[in-house]
Each structure stands twice: as C-alpha cells, then as structure tokens.
Design a protein around this ligand. Structure first.
Ligand code: ATP
Length: 234
C-alpha cells in the first residue's frame, strides 16, 4: 500500500514542466509539496489525478498503475482542488449522492459520515442549496466534505487554506491528522506552511520542475541556509 511516483516527467505540451520526479508516500504518511509559483506543484498533482499523461515514468498506488488501470486507480483517490468545481444544476445533497455513487460507498454509513462532516463545516442546513447560493469558501467546504466522505486511501489536496475561515482551517487540519492516523496517504500542495505544519511534517521542495530536497521544514531551512524566522522563498 503505497503511492509511488517514479521518474515522472510531464507537462502540457511536448516540453516537460516537471522532470524526473520521484516520490513515495506510505500509509500513515503525508507529504507537502512546496515551491515558488510555477514550480510545478499543480502539474505534479494533475499527473497523479490522471488529468495529464506522463511523458516518462509511472505513478502507482497500492500496486495499481495509473496508466494501466485508470478507473481502479482513481477510485482510490479523493481530490480537493484549489478552485472548487461544482455542477451548477445539482444541490449539495445531490453532489454528495454523486460522491457516494462514484466511490461505491455504503449509503447508510456514508450519510452518517456526511452529516458529521456537514455539521463540522456548518453546511448541515444547506442540503437543498444549489452552488449559485454558496460563497467561494462554502464551495471549498463542499469539496472538503466530499473528499473526506469518499474515504479513499489517497487524499490529494491542492492549496486548501486560502479562502477558508479560521474554524474551517482548524477542522481541515484535524481531518488531515485523523486521516494520517487512520493510515491514509496525503499529498498536499501549499504556500501556507504555518497551517500545513500543524498536520504535515514532511515536505518536498519543487524548483523549476525538479525536486530539490525532501525533509522536515527544519531540514529544508538548513539546506537553504535559512534561519527559523526568514521568509520561505524556495
Ligand atoms: P502555484 O504556486 O502558482 O500554484 P505551481 O507550482 O502549482 O504554482 P504549476 O501550475 O504546476 O505551478 O505550473 C508549472 C509550469 O507549468 C508553469 O511554468 C506554468 O506556466 C505551466 N503551466 C501551468 N498550467 C499550464 C497549462 N494549462 N498549459 C501550459 N502550461 C501550463
């Protein structure tokens, strides 16, 4: 049971954006992907989600190779995108029904879990709302509820903290910590290290499409000669 990214090279056109990425996440482990704007974090994530095809290398989750069994692979992955993606014509309840259906969840158990998550994010009285009635932060919360409802072995999260209210940030951090304790795998990109480090202790720094170093934030700071209070500019 592992996410293995091996020699991954890829991007949008023929010119690679990420080059020879090697990463491994085991059950109960979380990895933060960090790096400057344009470093290749979202591009790496898009490959893990199967939205881009590798030019070289492979991505394997629990012995399922993404390019060989994409449907089986994707059923093991839940995703919280940076920009929420909702169907304008579906209510919150219908969005969650879709999650339950597409991940093949037990309906009764899933709805119990959904109600806990909805309550946590103050959405429990909004089941019949359409996306047009939700603020951006509320839409983000719908994506969070849906991803944690899916209860997959890998959770992929793209820059989750910006735009969420402080209570939602705290709840999200608790959910990530619980997922790690429950032996899930978490891959998350972020610039907000103050929040991220409350849940995640291991980070990979991407620079210009390649991984420069993997380690704790202290190890990374010392690698770049940064002092604890220096702004993180890598
Ligand atoms: P940020 O912190 O700003 O989210 P990032 O590390 O996630 O940055 P990416 O979005 O992966 O960076 O971008 C990496 C490179 O890929 C950049 O040079 C960017 O211009 C390019 N890129 C991103 N999206 C596309 C696209 N749809 N088509 C072509 N090139 C793209």
């Amino acid at each position: 049971m592992t996410l293995k990214i091996e020699h991954l090279t890829g991007g949008y056109t023929g010119i690679p954006v990420i080059k020879d990425i090697n990463l491994e996440i085991k059950p109960g482990q979380a990895l933060g992907l960090i790096g400057l704007n344009g470093a290749g974090k979202s591009t790496t994530i898009k490959h893990v989600l199967g939205l881009l095809r590798p030019q070289k290398g492979k991505i394997e989750l629990n012995d399922v190779v993404l390019t060989q069994q994409p449907t089986k692979f994707k059923k093991q992955v839940a995703y919280i995108p940076e920009t929420p993606v909702l169907y304008p014509e579906l209510t919150l309840k219908e969005h969650l029904e879709l999650t339950i259906l597409s991940y093949g969840l037990d309906e009764k158990k899933a709805w119990e879990r959904a109600h806990e998550l909805l309550k946590m994010f103050r959405l429990d009285d909004k089941l019949d709302w359409l996306p047009i009635h939700f603020s951006k932060g509320m839409r983000q919360k719908v994506m969070i509820v849906s991803a944690f409802l899916a209860d997959t072995s890998l959770l992929v999260i793209d820059e989750p903290f910006t735009g969420l209210d402080p209570l939602a940030v705290a709840n999200l951090i608790d959910l990530i910590k619980k997922a790690i304790a429950d032996q899930k795998m978490v891959l998350m990109t972020t610039h907000v290290l103050a929040d991220a480090q409350l849940a995640i202790s291991n980070y990979a720094v991407l620079n210009n499409g390649t991984i420069e170093i993997v380690g704790s934030l202290d190890e990374i700071r010392s690698h770049y000669g940064l002092k604890p209070d220096d702004p993180f500019d890598k």
